[in-house]
Write a protein that binds this ligand. Structure first.
Ligand SMILES: [Zn+2]
Length: 99
């Protein structure tokens, strides 16, 4: 089912996890394996095969598309996304924006 590792984060309990082969990867129905109370609120973080160099342990400084300010580090990005009620796009959504 998966040809690489996919990482997710639960927006309810903040649990981050790697999808197992039997994990439901549908953004509408997938749930958090820890709290099991996060249907539709599990953010896709990226995959090990992501050519843009996604690193689970830390983000480099990136320019926020929301504020235009630099956001440095994973914790700051997490806070930033939360503050602006944003999440990282699903790969299937990216093509809608031509990314
Ligand atoms: Zn959870």
């Amino acid at each position: 089912m998966f040809d690489c590792d996919h990482f997710y984060r639960c927006c309810v309990c903040e649990h981050e996890f790697m999808a197992r082969a039997d994990y439901d990867d549908d953004p509408q129905t997938r749930d958090c394996p820890k709290c099991r109370n996060a249907v539709g609120q599990v953010a896709y973080l990226g995959s090990s095969a992501n050519s843009s160099g996604f690193v689970l342990s830390d983000y480099g400084a990136v320019e926020s598309p929301v504020t235009g300010q630099m956001v440095e580090g994973r914790a700051a990005m997490r806070e930033h996304l939360k503050r602006h009620n944003c999440r990282i796009l699903e790969p299937s959504e990216r093509k809608n924006f031509g990314i």
